[in-house]
Design a protein around this ligand. Sequence first.
Ligand code: HEM
Length: 132
Amino acid sequence: MDTKRDIASRQDITLFINEFYEIVRADQTIGFIFNDVIEMDWEHHIPLIVDFWETILLDNPVYKNNAMSSHFHVNSKVPLTKEHFDAWLNAFSSSIDNNFEGPVCEMAKKRAKSIAAIMHLKMEEATKRQNG
Ligand code: HEM
């Protein structure tokens, strides 16, 4: 039987985050943002996003940045819509469900959803301001 364990370490987070970006970069709706629009420094970005999730999921406060702020820059190049957030969330859930299961996984998906909802609102406000 295919029994999966729960996310329990930084190594586990690194595993699903790497898979997340494979899925995201191949995605028809948002792949272009990561491949073409933003010049991603992956060596810098992957450890940062792993820090972000380690802070939330393992209760280890290693992430010191503001996760919201860099998205205003992204949003100024591509106004982020519900379709973008849905694609992001689907990729996030798949990358977790393909590898792990358990309460920490459920928390990760729940937190991602609520942060995405807040981010979506803030981006919409910024787009309105931008368009006068
Ligand atoms: C449509 C949805 C999203 C898109 C297209 C997107 C895109 C990006 C891009 C392009 C960057 C890199 C920015 C740069 O380095 O210049 C980034 C950074 C980041 N994203 Fe997202 N993102 C999305 C949603 C989310 C959500 C929902 C979360 C959290 C649940 C999140 C968490 C982060 C974090 C933690 C960083 C690193 C910020 C830093 O400390 O520099 N993103 N995102």
